[in-house]
Design a binder for this molecule. Sequence first.
Ligand SMILES: Nc1ncnc2c1ncn2[C@@H]1O[C@H](COP(=O)(O)OP(=O)(O)O)[C@@H](O)[C@H]1O
Ligand SMILES: [Mg+2]
Length: 295
Amino acid sequence: MRDQAERLRALVADAGTDGRRRESTNKTRVISITSGKGGVGKTTLAVNLALAAQQAGVATVLFDADLGLANLDIVLGVFPRYNLLHVLRGEKTIDEIICAGPGGLRLVAGGSGLAELANLNKQQLGRFIAGLAELDNSSDLILIDTGAGLADSVLSFLYASQEIIVVTTPEPTAITDAYAVIKLVSQHESKPIHVVVNRAHNEQEARAVFTKMAATATRFLDININFAGWIPEDSLVTRAIISQQPILLGHPSSRVAIAVHQLQAALFSGLQAEALPTETGLQAFFSRLTRFLGG
Ligand SMILES: Nc1ncnc2c1ncn2[C@@H]1O[C@H](COP(=O)(O)OP(=O)(O)O)[C@@H](O)[C@H]1O
Ligand SMILES: [Mg+2]
């Protein structure tokens, strides 16, 4: 798969010389949301965090990359007809597969297209990467809802992302599995790792969970991880899923909604912009992703 990586580099370089890609003006942050254990609240967080960012004036695209349980549509009550596969087959452009979510939020469904990325020929790949320029130019933030665990497909997303958000609950198995993800990612490449403790009963509990993880990460991995914040346990979350209305919209003054706004401010208020690598944006992300998927 090495020649594919070389082709990609050449393609990206080409895109830089024909003027379609505006160099260095591109500040799109690409952040994957992941967890070790499944069912800890990734999708709920992804949807509500994206809505909060959009409300705060950050042009946001929510990307559904959970191959197993693609479910942004279920949580949002929006059902995309087309996904990445249609773009890769040349049947649709990226623009045409974008779904309008609430409040101007844009959604992209990866669907089975993600599995196809590694098998693209040069022409398909070129078309795809070029097609991403528009999204890069029109967005400040791409949030990716990934699957859980250590599958290669998930890890490739984490490796290709500039930053990752790891979600855990206070449950010991969730913490252990979250740590395993952090370990693998940090051994691959250094990048900002943010931790969100979901379903905590109070701040003290959430901070205790984070402190334990941070101490282990410092001691055994020699890295610092960031406490992004926490979200309380609240039965409104389950009810919001049943009614297909995100809690941020349905219950904007709930404790969960307030916590999500705080997370949004902590993560996206621009404080971390300096820490970003120079290679940003969706085109760079997908070039990297294809490289990792190809092995
Ligand atoms: N803060 C919370 N309080 C109560 N229940 C929650 C909370 N966050 C998530 N849940 C429950 O956990 C379930 C799984 O959440 P989901 O976001 O789909 O997780 P994942 O995407 O990690 O699989 C939801 O259906 C919801 O019932
Ligand atoms: Mg999910």
